[in-house]
Design a protein around this ligand. Sequence first.
Ligand SMILES: [Zn+2]
Ligand SMILES: [Zn+2]
Length: 396
Amino acid sequence: MKCPNCGREIPEKKVKAEIRVCSVCKEAIGCIYCRTQGNYAYKFCTLHDPRGAYTDSTLFNPKKKEIDEVAAKESSEETEIKKLIKLLEKECRDYDYYDHTYNEDEEKDYGKLKIINYPIAERLIKIGKPSVPHLLKFIRDKRRKKKSGILSTAAYILWEIKDESIIPSLFDILRSRDEISIIAGDALMGYKEIAIPFIEKIMNENKEEYLNAAYVLTGIKSDKSVELLIRGIEYNLEHSEWRKCGILFLYLTRYSANFKDKRAFNYADNIHKRLNKWTVMIQRYPEWTNHLPPKKETFYHLLGIRKDDADRFPVEDDVRDFLRDKYQSINKTPEVNFAYTFLRKPDVRGDYDWMLLNNRIMQGIVNFFMTMDEQEIKRTKWINKSALFRYFAENH
Ligand SMILES: [Zn+2]
Ligand SMILES: [Zn+2]
């Protein structure tokens, strides 16, 4: 008989000695030539793995037999691919149906599904380019009811095949903006740096699909990815695009978590620290809000000066004298008194100056976080905000 794992021909009289079977279901799982004694793969199929079914892709997957049969039986590659995609659909449907642990609030874990589908994916990856148009057609086909499980497997296969000629098609799907766009994004990550110029172009055009394109960068390890994400954050800060800015901040954090990248971490951490400081400040000085940007009239205005006038003095005492002289020379309305109480104390003035610089930006980002919906958070691959903040706390 043939070893179901490596395909080696084992003579009938040696089958008992050389073919390995699962200790539980007694199905053939390999032979002594392709399995090593002492491993789980030597004694169990993946279904009967004592550590849990479908947790280890190196164990024999009983579905492999079914897939090999399809390969042997189908007359053309074309029909084989179609059959394989049908099987893939069925597996994913069953998985979604039987998986009762699925909690709507949490990101679904497709790790197991990936192992279940491994033999199908492996076969399609082996067929390679001829299966690409079928997979793309499948992803695009709006008539079918699709769950993200099958789409993520399809993305994984397209990622592995790495057929550069489909990059534009994947970007077309990415531009489509519905839920499948993210699948194209996942597949594009497999193309690594080759995909970056396409992403950069979309980001420069600043179109609707800007964030979809930026998402792909979270999975491509490259200095260019970090650079584009940071440039995006700064551009959007300048243009008060808080939503884009906040999501890019999450993407940059995701990137730093994915690749342990120092530059990405430091940049994102700096924003995170400023957010924390801003929260403390706003609680400490709630009465300041009417005198901080975007409001026009600052405490300096109330005293009839510009902030730069005070900043000219290198010594703190001189600043204080300057402010006092100014204060004494003008009409002391309650507002003026109010402004002077804060500015006259150097450390409080320091806090106020910091707020002048950061209030508009931090308020924008915090508002974005408060109004951000769950769907959006899921898309950035952060399960929730506390996970995000824990990340910064733990990485110091
Ligand atoms: Zn078994
Ligand atoms: Zn074998």
